[in-house]
Unconditional design. Structure first.
Length: 123
């Protein structure tokens, strides 16, 4: 958890190769408002599960792209020049160095994929 924000971010990878990852179980057990956990590594990337409600701060990643995919709920993504809304089964790629923030007006479950060296709160 960061000192400035009420986020619960877990960087330690929870699952290894050949393990079943039950996201429904993780979502069911989550009581936090902004929860992000590293599920597994895929090559040089990490797949994260986010269970979120509320807003994340403005940030960017100087060296890594970031991909979001909504499982349930709605994810709003604010960019400097536009805003967009993702619904279940929609994804969006944010290129490196693009300033952005995510917001969820309701409990939202999403997957994110980014380089394993990324700092989740931004550079």
């Amino acid at each position: 958890m960061t000192a400035q924000h009420n986020y619960s971010i877990h960087d330690e990878v929870a699952f290894g190769p050949l393990e079943i990852i039950d996201t429904d179980k993780i979502v069911e057990q989550c009581k936090e408002q902004w929860y992000n956990t590293a599920l597994c590594n895929v090559n040089d990337c990490v797949v994260r599960l986010g269970i979120v409600e509320g807003e994340f701060h403005w940030h960017k990643h100087d060296r890594e792209d970031e991909f979001f995919f909504v499982i349930s709920g709605r994810l709003l993504i604010d960019l400097e020049d536009r805003n967009l809304e993702l619904h279940p089964h929609q994804g969006y790629l944010i290129p490196r160095s693009v300033l952005h923030r995510t917001r969820a007006p309701e409990r939202t479950v999403m997957l994110a994929m980014e380089g394993s060296t990324v700092i989740p709160t931004g550079d």
